[in-house]
Design a protein around this ligand. Structure first.
Ligand SMILES: *Cc1c(COP(=O)(O)O)cnc(C)c1O
Length: 356
């Protein structure tokens, strides 16, 4: 039976990425050695790192004056690297979920953090709007896509200071205006590659402005100056990321994949709005994530939740159980998720509706 992989992360990767990485695990770039056993300073691996950085720049139209880094430690390490490197006194944060809350917690170790708005009052099922950002905040941090709660901010907030964004779960799903950002970061394992690599895009000008001493491994400038080779990068994970970037370019880049993502998300949300058994957890269509579609059983059908999970699992739907803090279901439909798998989930929901 075909498996449809709806896991939130680590999550579905293109067949191309898996096949190329499997090949390179045995014979990398004709070396007769595994990508896991060659020096990161070998010319073959340096070429991988260089091409990956160049493709990130090409696909996201990154302007001059930015460095692309492949680091480790996940997005969670970026929660502290960002304020370590950028915050002197004060920064503003938008609280749209548990990842944003964790970023806020770390930033508080470094200075004054202004939480400009929060949607915690409604279990983060909407995006706060109409908030004010203090003019003296050095940057404004937000989470573009809230993986757990199924909300997404598609339009860059209009603020006077540079933006910093956690884009772990929607980077490369749509075009961006990188010039508005001081830092963009993303753990690879949602929309890019295997876990173990963290993509950071940093504006060179934003660095070197804090008074504190930054430990070497946490200093963006060190990693930028050394081309992400200050210490050993996660070679296998970076190789996997490169394959996904090559695949994405072949699909027509972020402009083309955005169209597919819009179509996939609307197929699923249309069914959720129509099917009497299910309710999407995010009511406002403007706030709904194109990457993580969260839904629960309608109140009168609450008792068949477990039954639907079993019904769907028996039809090859993998990883649709919702995060424990939201309950219900979550279908993560990242770039690599084929439209046919989304349609298969919709058919499963329709079949289940018939037998209820
Ligand atoms: C998964 C996720 C994280 C955590 O990433 P790690 O790489 O596990 O540290 C942070 N932010 C968002 C938006 C995520 O989806």
């Amino acid at each position: 039976m075909k498996k449809h992989n709806f896991y939130a992360g680590p999550s579905i990767l293109p067949e191309f990425t898996k096949e190329k990485t499997a090949e390179a695990a045995v014979n990398f770039a004709g070396t007769g050695l595994s990508v896991m056993e060659v020096s990161h300073r070998s010319k073959e691996f340096v070429a991988v790192m260089d091409e990956a950085q160049a493709l990130v720049k090409e696909l996201l139209h990154v302007p001059d004056g930015y460095s692309v880094l492949f680091l480790q430690g996940g997005a969670s390490t970026q929660f502290l690297m960002v304020p370590y490197n950028l915050m002197n006194k004060k920064a503003a944060y938008l609280n749209t979920g548990s990842w944003a809350s964790k970023a806020i917690k770390e930033a508080k170790l470094f200075g004054e953090v202004v939480e400009v708005a929060s949607s915690k009052d409604a279990n983060f099922n909407y995006i706060p709007k109409g908030y004010e950002v203090p003019a003296d905040a050095e940057y404004f941090h937000y989470t573009t896509n809230n993986t757990i709660y199924g909300t997404e901010i598609l339009k860059e907030p209009e603020v006077a200071m540079p933006l910093v964004a956690d884009m772990s779960s929607d980077i490369f799903s749509r075009p961006l205006d990188v010039s508005k950002y001081a830092v963009i970061y993303a753990g690879a394992q949602k929309n890019l590659g295997p876990s173990g690599a963290t993509l950071v895009i940093v504006k060179d000008d934003a660095l070197g402005k804090v008074e504190r001493t930054i430990p070497t491994m946490l200093d963006y400038k060190i990693h930028a100056d050394k081309g992400s080779m200050f210490n050993t990068p996660s070679t296998l994970a970076v190789f996997g990321c490169l394959q996904t970037l090559i695949w994405l370019k072949d699909q027509g880049g972020v402009e083309a994949i955005e169209k597919v993502n819009i179509e996939k998300a609307s197929i699923l949300y249309d069914e959720l709005d129509r099917n009497k058994l299910f309710v999407p957890t995010v009511a406002d269509p403007e706030d709904r994530s194109r990457m993580n579609v969260t839904f629960v059983m309608a109140p009168e059908y609450g008792e068949v939740e477990k039954e639907f999970l079993e019904f769907a699992t028996a039809r090859g739907m993998i990883g649709i159980k919702g995060h424990r803090s939201v309950g219900g279901f979550r279908a993560s439909i990242y770039n690599a998720m084929p439209t046919d798998s989304v349609k298969a989930l919709v058919e499963t929901m329709q079949e289940f509706e018939k037998i209820r």
